[in-house]
Design a binder for this molecule. Structure first.
Ligand code: SAM
Length: 213
């Protein structure tokens, strides 16, 4: 693992896990909800969630895929996964599996392909974000859906707020470079995928993109 990736891991193995849900739900839950509503996730879907963290997205995903569906959540922080496990136990969700792994290298043993691949607030803090992105896409069926939500650099008039939004993201591993990488991810999605939809929020510093493989 690179020095930069180790630094990110250290952040999420530290105090952040215990103080994560409140500020992040407060800032992003309405945009994330909208993304899942906009998605074509359906009852019975099998969904791969990269950088699942404390499992903040699970309840919205489950509303779409139901008890018949399945979530496989991947994250490299044991502390974040501990919180996700607590949520799973509290809600008695029995169709979620968690794996501690680096999403840039994660391999599923059975080579199963998923109906959808999701990553929220992940790629913008991963130094090798392209490896993580291509890995996610490779594990989704042809015709399946990719759902990405993340911080990004805003442009035009909104660019003046970039220093502020990057400052807010810093304690979660955010950076100018990471926010810039999101623009590259979107451009790759536009080139490689189909039916690409993008929406922007929060001074254009948060976006979601939904597309078909
Ligand atoms: C900002 S949190 C996002 C969590 C969740 N998706 C959400 O929106 O609340 C970023 C998560 O990505 C994880 N992460 C960062 N780099 C990773 C990597 N290379 N492999 C696996 N997990 C990673 C961190 O451990 C952390 O849980």
């Amino acid at each position: 693992m690179s020095f930069k990736a180790k630094k990110i891991k250290k952040i999420y193995e530290g105090k952040v896990a215990g103080r994560y849900d409140l500020p992040i739900s407060h800032m992003f839950s309405k945009y994330k909800k909208q993304a899942f509503r906009d998605s074509s996730l359906k009852i019975g879907d099998k969904v791969l969630v990269f950088c699942c963290g404390t499992g903040l997205d699970f309840s919205e995903i489950l509303k779409k895929i139901g008890k018949e569906g399945k979530i496989l959540g991947i994250d490299f922080s044991r502390e974040m996964l501990k919180k996700a496990k607590e949520k799973i136990e509290k809600h008695r969700w029995n169709n979620i599996e968690l794996i501690e792994a680096d999403v840039t290298m994660f391999k599923n043993d059975n080579n199963e392909l998923f109906d959808a691949g999701i990553c929220t607030l992940g790629f913008s803090i991963i130094p090798d974000y392209k490896a993580a992105y291509y890995n996610l896409v490779s594990k989704v069926k042809d015709g399946g859906e990719i759902i990405i939500g993340d911080m990004q650099l805003a442009s035009d008039w909104y660019a003046r707020f970039n220093p502020f939004t990057i400052f807010l993201a810093k304690r979660f591993g955010g950076s100018f470079e990471g926010h810039q990488n999101s623009l590259e991810i979107y451009s790759i999605m536009r080139n490689d995928l189909k039916e690409v939809k993008k929406k922007e929020f929060f001074l254009k510093s948060y976006y979601y993109c939904i597309a078909k493989k």
